[in-house]
Design a protein around this ligand. Structure first.
Ligand code: BGC
Length: 826
């Protein structure tokens, strides 16, 4: 008889969770280590970052996950998630970890609390409780791991406790490929309980890492061969099994850091050990110190800052205060628990992470593949700008400096050098317009018009610097001067949909088709970029109005009107907007196509831009989305899915049906549909679309969904996929920013404008009301919205500090003021 093997994901008919939200502590609490996939958190807010999973896996880096990687991580390893921030306990031969991995010894108790910039792993075994508390303190380039052990029994207990990290030799790409060199470069130095990792210092003499403990060690190891055993590994390292390390000094091969403590706990006794992993950068002048001799002064000062529990407690409090202050700028109370926790906390938290990481480092982005994306970072900023406008300002200037003089831009740049990535190059024709989108959002949030005067380099060449406004002008002009045969913008290598590669091959006279690789072309056009041009072009024209550039504003509007007309005619398919025209002038996303007849992106962006609102085309387009693309788990990207590879479409058709851009539920553009529904006043539908992909609302199907129920994933398998409903690529996705923009501005209707805050909600008719606390340009607005007539849209009256105002634009308050706003819908 053939046995039935379980197919993953295992589906059961009951709701399945693996934890719960603890709203009071602002944590997600995981109560089994066997989550369907590692469920991670991010530590760090500015320079030093760590990823940590619910079983203690993960890695750390300073600024750039590729060029300054402190610890190693193997992505496609089996077993999964072996490398991390490890603590081992050997209790009389029983070896276990507070976070269960890597030993996977069954624990008597386990919890993982992922909080704002910290994670606490708690494990208990045979009466010993261990808590591993990990965080990156504000303002310091290190991760602190405090281990607290408690003997809950009536007898004294003797334990051998080990820490363990595996160092990466800094450039993570080189580290994972150039073994003939790297097996000989590793260098370490041990001073008491401090293990210095100083590979590269001989050559560069400017940075090193230190892994320390705040108490004298019993023994240590710095060679992986010695700690794990040449044929051993992190599951059961030889040193842990033996109960002691061998004080090894690594010479090349794989340098690691491992501390060992032999300790005794009296009945009821609690003890803590503080570990730290720090990055030290010495000033350039110290480059001329003697080779191999590191200046330890900064490391010693760092270690002294976290030597006691009181210091660590204070650092934890400072981190909590930081987050309290950040989040206090946008708080919602609606009575709808799931909505409140997403808006007030988790969605904003993810926006901070995507702002910091762009698409560089997650459990699906290796840190060596992509740096900062031009379009990605511009969009991430839309959901982040209200949190720390000054950092948004700096980011806009960094991004703009990677633009070329003709307005096009490097598609990606490296966070450490801030230089464009020439391997990837440019040619993604939506990129320039995203710079207008994020700058306009910054201006609406802050009113800081001085940013437009900032001189910004082109292609990082400061001799060619021009004011930021000139960069935006070139962005606009780039699209305007790259129109195709139908008067729609040329797509170039791709637009938002990286995988729609319409110029990737060409017809050669006398031959058949030939693949030419990513390129541009004079025929293939994008209706999506047309929608962007109308939306962000109008925002650009408004900036011109404000700067009294009257003629420029008028000519911009003439150009925009022409593209809008082309969209309504050549871009229209009868019941929805077409997606594009390919390199042969054939429509993509049309009923004329055998597959891929309708795409989500142009329906969302065109309606958001207001295209077809008066003509009924916008209504028809969204109806078509509902009829053809909607599913219980979200709106799929296209239908019907491509079943074969298409040379004229490129990567999109390389995915099996239902995955990624080939008819997956690409979460990023679901909010576009929700936003578009609010443009037409459909609050019920907008909210229904919002809920389908919203993590807190789908927590109950965690077993099907598989990724973390507190953050968005990039993609959920569509209805054509055998694993319909299964998510992938959690955390680093533009979904975070766009869902926050959607829920905060389009649905709840708290809209920053160039002239101040406007309140114009479009909500489900069942929502009776809500209050929002919104910090805006230094003032705090307490906004109470009531919906006594159960409407979806329409403002009946607004009062500000008790006095009625006309319209929905709130008068600008002075910084420091507190404003009471009451809005009645009807
Ligand atoms: C990229 C985005 C792109 C999206 C759709 C993501 O992986 O980061 O830049 O817009 O895929 O293709």
């Amino acid at each position: 008889m053939i046995s039935a093997f379980p197919v993953y994901p295992i589906r059961r008919n009951k709701a399945m969770r693996f934890g719960h939200f603890d709203d009071a502590r602002r944590e997600y609490v995981i109560d089994t280590p066997r989550t369907p996939l590692p469920w991670i958190n991010y530590l760090g807010s500015e320079d030093f970052f760590s990823l940590v999973s619910n079983t203690g896996g993960g890695y750390s880096f300073y600024r750039d996950a590729r060029l300054r990687r402190l610890t190693r991580y193997r992505y496609n390893n089996s077993p999964l998630d072996m490398d991390g921030h490890r603590i081992y306990i050997n209790d009389g031969g029983t070896i276990w970890n507070p976070g269960w991995q890597p030993a996977k010894t069954e624990l008597d108790r386990y919890t993982c609390r992922h909080g704002l910039g910290y994670t606490i792993l708690q494990g208990e075994k045979n009466g010993i409780a261990a808590a591993q508390e990990l965080f990156v303190p504000r303002g310091d380039a290190c991760e602190i791991d405090r281990l607290t052990l408690e003997n809950k029994t009536a007898a004294p207990r003797t334990l051998d406790v080990f820490s363990y990290v595996e160092f990466c030799l800094w450039d993570a790409m080189d580290d994972s490929s150039n073994f003939q060199r790297n097996f000989s470069t590793g260098e370490v130095e041990v001073v008491e309980s401090a293990i210095y990792h100083k590979t590269e210092y001989r050559e560069r003499r400017d940075h090193y890492a230190v892994f320390w403990a705040n108490a004298p060690v019993t023994s240590f190891d710095t060679s992986r061969d010695a700690f794990c055993g040449v044929y051993g590994g992190p599951v059961a390292p030889e040193a842990v099994k033996a109960g002691h390390c061998s004080n090894s000094i690594a010479h090349g091969w794989a340098p690691v850091g491992a501390h060992h403590f032999h300790l005794t706990l009296a009945p009821g006794e609690k003890k803590s050990i503080i570990f730290g992993l720090g990055y030290i950068e010495n000033p350039v002048r110290e480059k001329f110190s003697a080779p191999g001799i590191i200046n330890k002064a900064r490391a010693e000062a760092m270690m002294a800052r976290y030597a006691t529990d009181a210091q660590v407690d204070a650092a934890r409090r400072a981190l909590a205060d930081y987050w309290q202050e950040l989040l206090s700028g946008w708080q919602l109370t609606s009575g709808e628990e799931k909505l409140d926790r997403m808006v007030s906390l988790w969605n904003q938290y993810q926006c901070m992470v995507t702002f910091n990481m762009s698409r560089s480092a997650s459990y699906y982005e290796s840190g060596i593949g992509r740096g900062m994306g031009f379009r990605d970072s511009c969009q991430d900023l839309l959901g982040f700008v209200h949190m720390i406008p000054s950092r948004a300002r700096e980011r806009i200037l960094d991004i703009a400096a990677t633009q070329f003089e003709d307005g096009s831009a490097y598609h990606q740049y490296q966070p450490l050098t801030k230089k464009g990535n020439s391997d990837v190059g440019s040619g993604f024709n939506d990129d320039p317009l995203w710079l207008i989108a994020c700058t306009a959002a910054y201006l609406r949030e802050t009113g800081d018009w001085s940013i437009l005067d900032e001189p910004v380099a082109f292609d990082n060449d400061v001799t060619r610097a021009q004011p930021l406004m000139e960069h935006l002008r070139r962005s606009f002009r780039y699209t305007h001067t790259h129109l195709g045969p139908h008067g729609l913008p040329l797509i170039g290598r791709a637009d938002w949909n990286d995988c729609l590669n319409l110029n990737c091959f060409s017809e050669h006279p006398g031959e058949s088709f030939q693949i030419t690789g990513p390129s541009e072309g004079p025929v293939a056009e994008s209706v999506f970029i047309a929608g962007m041009f109308v939306k962000y072009g109008r925002e650009y024209a408004e900036l011109c109005d404000h700067l009294h550039l009257t003629e420029e504003a008028a000519s911009a509007r003439t150009a925009i009107d022409a593209v809008e007309q082309a969209t309504l005619t050549a871009g229209w398919d009868g019941a929805w907007f077409r997606r594009a025209y390919d390199a042969f002038g054939a429509p993509v996303g049309s009923r004329e196509c055998d597959e891929g007849q309708i795409f989500i992106e142009p329906q969302g962006i065109c309606v958001m831009a207001g295209i077809g609102r008066e003509t009924g085309q916008a209504e028809a387009a969204l109806k078509s989305v509902e009829e053809r693309l909607d599913t219980p788990y979200g709106v799929v990207l296209l239908q019907p899915a491509y079943t074969t590879y298409r040379l004229n479409l490129g990567e999109i058709s390389s995915y099996p049906p239902g995955y990624k851009e080939n008819a997956g539920i690409f979460c990023h553009n679901n909010p576009w549909i929700s936003c578009a529904e609010t443009v037409l006043g459909h609050g019920d539908r907008a909210f229904a679309v919002y809920k389908k992909t919203c993590p807190a609302y789908i927590e109950d199907i965690s077993e099907i969904h598989r990724t973390e129920p507190y953050v968005y994933s990039q993609m959920v398998a569509g209805r054509d996929a055998p694993t319909f409903g299964e998510a992938k690529n959690s955390w680093l996705t533009g979904t975070a920013a766009w869902t926050f923009v959607n829920v905060s501005q389009y649905i709840l209707g708290i809209q920053p404008t160039l002239d101040g805050l406007r309140v114009d909600p479009c909500i489900p008719h069942t929502l009776a009301g809500y209050t929002v606390t919104r910090r805006y340009r230094g003032a705090v607005y307490h906004i109470r919205v009531e919906n006594p007539h159960a409407v979806q849209k329409g403002v009946q009256s607004v009062t500000v500090n008790g006095a009625p105002i006309a319209g929905t634009l709130l008068p600008l308050a002075k910084a420091g003021e507190s404003v009471e706003v009451s809005v009645i819908l009807g």
